[in-house]
Write a protein that binds this ligand. Sequence first.
Ligand code: FAD
Length: 306
Amino acid sequence: METYDVIIIGGGPAGVSAAIYAKRKLLRTVLISKEIGGQVLLTSNIENYPGFVEKSGIRLGEYFEQQLKELGVEIVEDMVREVRKEGNSFRAICEEGREFLGKSVIATGGSSHKKLNVPGEGEFFGRGVYVCATCDAPLTKNKTVAVVGGGNAAFQSADLLARYAAKVYLIHHRGEFRADGLLVNRVKGHGNVEVMTNVAVREIRGKDRVDSLLLENLESRRLFELPVQKVFIEIGREVKADYLKGLVLTNQHGQVIVDRLQRTSCGGIFAAGEITDLPYGQAIISAGQGAVAALAVFDYLSEKKS
Ligand SMILES: Cc1cc2nc3c(=O)[nH]c(=O)nc-3n(C[C@H](O)[C@H](O)[C@H](O)COP(=O)(O)OP(=O)(O)OC[C@H]3O[C@@H](n4cnc5c(N)ncnc54)[C@H](O)[C@@H]3O)c2cc1C
C-alpha cells in the first residue's frame, strides 16, 4: 500500500487550503471528503472572503474543487471512520472500507450547528433563519431579530446584532446563562436588547420569510407569538472529530486542542479549522489554519527525515 506524506480529512476551506499548500510543497497528498466546500455550500451570501465577490457558497466550493483538480490533488469521496496510529504512520479507515496510510494527518472535519428541531427551522433556513451573526449581521439593519441560546456564542451574536438591528430579543430556555458574566452585562447594557428567560421556541412562522416565533413560557406554559424578521440559532456546535478518539486531546466542547502550528497532542496529527478550539468560525480563518497546518507538516516531515 502506498504511504502518503499527508492524509487530509475534510474538504471545507481548511482541508482545501491544506491540500493546496501540501501539494505545492510536493508532498504526496490525499484528501478524503464526501464533498468539496464544507459549510460554505450552505450559504448564498458570502461577503467577507477576500477576493471572492460572487457571494454564492456553491460557487466558492466549485472554485475550491477546480483549484484542487488543476493542482492534481488526489480526492477520495468517502468519510473517514477511524484513524489508527501504527508505529510512525497513521492508517485512515473509510466508511466504504478503503484504507490509506500516511506519515502525517491533517484533520479538518469541521463542525455543524445544533438545531432547535422545530417546525419552520429548515423551511426558512437562509430566509430569516441564520446560524452565524458574524456572517449575516449586515442583513439585520433596522430589523427586529431574535437570538436563541444562553452561552457565549449567543451573547456574542446579540452583542453584534444590537449594533445593526432595531431590536434584539435574546431567548433562552433556562433561568440562568452559561455565558461569561461580563459579556452578559455588556449585552444587557444595549438599550435595544431584551432578554427572555425560561422561554422555548416552539415554531418559526412566516409566509415567504420569517414573520414571527411561537414561544412557550416554561413557567406558566403559556404560548405566545413574537413578531421578528430574523432569528439566529446559537445553541452550540457538534465537532466532527470522532475518528480521532483516544488519539488527541480535546476540550470540554470536543474541540481538538492545537498549538499555533496546528499541532495536536499526538506527534504527526495536525488539525485545522472549526474542528479545533479556535474561537472564531469563519471560512478565511479555517483556510488560514489549513495553510499553517500544511506548512507545519512539511517542516515536521523534513525534520524527521534529517
Ligand atoms: C449558513 C452558513 C453561512 C456561513 N456564512 C459564512 C460567511 O458568510 N463567511 C464566512 O467566512 N464563513 C461563513 N460560514 C462559516 C464557514 O462556512 C465555516 O467557518 C467554514 O466552512 C469552516 O471550514 P472548515 O474547513 O473548518 O470546516 P467545514 O466547512 O465544516 O468543513 C468540514 C469538511 O470535513 C468533512 N468531514 C467531516 N467529517 C468527515 C469525516 N469523518 N471524513 C471525511 N470528511 C469529513 C465535511 O464533509 C466537510 O467537507 C457560514 C456557515 C454557515 C453554516
